[in-house]
Design a protein around this ligand. Sequence first.
Ligand code: GN1
Ligand code: MG
Length: 371
Amino acid sequence: MNSLRTDREILEEISHKFQIYGELLHAEVCKIGHLNETYTATYYQAGARIRYIHQRINTDVFKNPDHVMENITRVTKHIRDILRRESINEVTRRTLTMVPTREGKSYYRDINNNCWRTFFFIEGTRTYDAVINEKQAYQAGKAFAQFQSHLVDLKGERLHETIPHFHDTRRRLEAFHQAVNTDPFNRAETAKREIEFIKKREKIAGVILDALADGSVPERITHNDTKLNNVMFDNSSDEAMCVVDLDTVMPGSVLYDFGDMVRTATSPTFEDEQDLSKVKVRSSFFQALARGYVEGASPFLTPKEKSLLTFSGKLITYTIGIRFLTDYLLGDNYFRVHRAQHNLDRCRTQLKLVESIESKETEYQKFIDSL
Ligand code: GN1
Ligand code: MG
């Protein structure tokens, strides 16, 4: 049966479908992200070892892989053109490079309807699941700001919405309420405090949505998944080289991007830390991140956007907390889990971070205003 094929067999097949002509030596699962399946594959090609990333797109989440790949193709080409025009060195370490299939397509659909795509592996870089020093927070802020800035002048049709209403906190709350009310796995009892916490703060849900709707915050092309571990840092200089995971690049608000950086680049902990006493936004990291972001985004950032940056950190963290809890209540179908209550643990860290931001919100925003 096909479903029983080993990773090796699957990757052997995949390896002949892309414009890679060497022999596959070995491949490893790359434990990154909660959704797609990612492999690092080493080939022997023209006398050298060369690595690629093969990735199976999660089509339950990304229902239209053509749209995802069209967006990524346009965006990476646009960035590559800018970097070349500016004579920046190491362009293929600074933006993702897709390897097309032998038929010239952006992805390969296998006999089981799995969709596979391939990128150059960016050598000499690494990712962090938790931030270690302020310089990294600064670098991450700057890297995502630059990414947004590169896309300000992308011409042509509006990008596809690869996941409609992705950061729509109101809709996320509706789904949450439904999960609490139906409680199909009888888990609500174990999350009483978290449910209350979320209900108490519902009024913040519409702030950015309303501002987008009335035009006071502009729609822009944004990354939408700006977790710290979507930044590749150079092994020796620790410079942020490249931002990856471009599946959700689509029209949105830069505020959500900044918010997700606050969520992931200011606490010393992993997203699923169980000791909540360790989970907190540290001021010096927040400041470094904000400095990097505002420096990079100042050419386009409006005063209104700037005034909502701290709030957006709270809002997106709250929103992701809601999503983890909803998934927990509904039986963990969306985010990959590795232990019992994993999504509940993830929700708890998010809510702890929300509290942590709340306690310093005015101070943090004052700092941003001073930049
Ligand atoms: C998912 O799996 P990953 O790291 O690409 C999710 C994000 C969440 C994140 C939480 C498409 O991202 O929205 O913030 O998990 N991506 C999608 O870690 O839902
Ligand atoms: Mg992602």
